[in-house]
Design a protein around this ligand. Structure first.
Ligand SMILES: Cc1cc2nc3c(=O)[nH]c(=O)nc-3n(C[C@H](O)[C@H](O)[C@H](O)COP(=O)(O)OP(=O)(O)OC[C@H]3O[C@@H](n4cnc5c(N)ncnc54)[C@H](O)[C@@H]3O)c2cc1C
Length: 443
């Protein structure tokens, strides 16, 4: 046993946890920040297509040079077969002089994002957290909480007492749950609720995509390719040299349909694989070895009732995850993780307001994204209408007047994220509250 006390304790070493640790250190390098992660080597995870919003968040954390130096596969946008047309349509990343964007991720005509093998991406974040003085302990943590029995819900009137690992008890001035879908803290106090209907996924890696064939059919090795049909939808995401030239291919649908998918029958359910030159599947794992069983992704769409409390906050999937259709999970985890960490540093100095602001904005973002995603799965299959709706959201929620293509990219790629939500103009907060029916000081 080796119990101890630290300033900030983060449980979970994914993008949300490492960025929270980096954010806390960025705000106050003297803080004693500890991160608990159960695996010593970053494990394989899903979440490989990153948005321009991720690049903006990484830049705000001072990580641009390091990420650029790895040479992750460049992404120029997305191709979708979704909606009423069977032909692909595109989201592109043009240069935008109004938007600061790191020069390492743009050239004379466009901006770029990246496709990443997650174990390598997470390893970079971990390494950068260590360089900034974060202590990492490889143990599984469990939050020990207390609740005022006199106080009725909302349940954020909970205090974290400590985090217990198999061998020690750690106490801290402030705690962050960044445990992803495990959502250790949120689940233990019964704060996690499902969003929408149940969807699940299966995926694997392929080494034999015919990218010339794909290009002839309107798809691209440098795009996140998403194709839907009556059975569900599939992604085709190339990981480039950093990902051993493998391509991630996954299928999302209802649990009933996904339970029927086998390597041998997949082209019957998703004949669109033929557009990538795939007739029979030779599935690999993320290291390129033959795979005998799919990687599976259970039901993923959940949110937590409260996003922070007295001495704790949630970040990444532990707070909410809506749907992978727009590849937003890692952007939300990096951005709000970073701001959570900065807000922890402020809270430790007595300024608790920042944590409220981050939660508030996070909740508003969640409402906007739920609305956008509901349209994708809804009965109006006209993608032009969704883009017009995005223009309306950009103007009314974020006060940005944009044409429908720009607005669609702005909202779906999370280019609306800010450096900081404090000081955040109250007039804007009230406007957002009025539009979304939210309340400024509710966490
Ligand atoms: C099918 C599917 C496809 C997706 N595709 C994309 C995509 O293309 N792009 C994208 O941006 N996002 C995508 N996502 C979302 C993305 O996977 C997540 O949003 C992202 O990984 C969340 O990061 P995180 O840091 O919150 O959690 P994670 O990355 O899951 O990290 C959580 C960490 O906590 C650790 N942990 C858990 N419990 C404990 C404990 N008790 N003690 C110590 N450590 C613990 C785990 O080991 C893990 O390392 C996809 C999601 C799904 C379901």
């Amino acid at each position: 046993m080796n119990d101890f006390f630290c300033d900030a304790l983060i449980v979970g070493g994914g993008p949300a946890g490492y960025m929270a640790a980096i954010g806390a250190k960025q705000s106050n390098p003297n803080l004693n920040v500890v991160l608990l992660e159960r695996h010593e080597q970053p494990k394989h995870k899903i979440g490989e297509a990153l948005l321009t919003g991720t690049i903006i968040a990484l830049d705000q954390a001072g990580l641009t040079e390091r990420i650029a130096s790895v040479g992750f596969h460049r992404k120029i946008g997305a191709a979708y077969v979704w909606g009423e047309s069977a032909e692909p349509w595109y989201v592109n990343y043009p240069l935008d002089s109004d938007m600061p964007y790191p020069e390492q991720f743009r050239d004379h005509e466009r901006r770029y994002s990246i496709h990443v093998p997650r174990h390598k991406f997470d390893a970079v974040l971990k390494d950068e957290a260590i360089k900034r003085g974060v202590t990492i302990i490889y143990e599984q943590g469990e939050f020990i909480t207390a609740r005022n029995p006199m106080v009725k819900p909302p349940k954020h009137d909970i205090t974290v007492i400590s985090v217990q690992t198999p061998i020690r008890k750690i106490r801290a001035g402030y705690y962050i749950d960044a445990t992803g879908q495990a959502a250790v803290m949120a689940k233990s106090v019964g704060m996690r609720t499902r969003i929408g209907s149940s969807r699940v996924g299966k995926y694997c890696y392929l080494a034999d995509i015919d990218w010339e064939n794909a290009r002839d059919n309107g798809f691209d090795i440098h795009r996140t390719n998403i194709l839907s049909n009556e059975h569900g939808w599939m992604w085709v995401i190339h990981l480039g040299e950093a990902g051993d030239n493998l391509t991630s291919v996954g299928f999302i649908s209802t649990p009933d349909l996904v339970s029927k998918l086998e390597f041998g029958n997949i082209t019957q359910y998703f004949p669109e694989l033929g557009k990538f030159g795939i007739k029979d599947l030779s599935p690999k794992d993320v290291y390129g070895k033959p795979l005998s069983k799919w990687y599976a992704q259970p039901d993923y769409s959940y949110k937590s009732e409260a996003l922070h409390g007295k001495n704790w906050a949630l970040a990444g999937d532990a707070s909410m995850f809506i749907d992978p259709i727009l590849s937003q999970g890692v952007t939300l985890a990096t951005h709000y993780g970073l701001l959570r960490g900065r807000a922890v540093a402020a809270a430790l100095e007595g300024d608790v307001r920042r944590q409220y602001d981050v939660s508030h904005h996070y909740k508003c973002e969640g409402i906007v994204l739920q609305e956008v995603i509901r349209q994708w799965y809804g009965s109006n299959r006209n993608a032009g209408d969704w883009k017009l709706h995005a223009a309306m959201l950009a103007e009314t929620v974020y006060s940005e007047k944009k044409d429908s293509d720009d607005a669609f990219r702005y909202i779906t790629n999370l280019e609306n994220i800010r450096k900081e939500y404090w000081p955040y103009p109250m007039s804007e907060q009230r406007e957002i509250d009025a539009r979304l029916g939210t309340s400024t000081l509710v966490s």
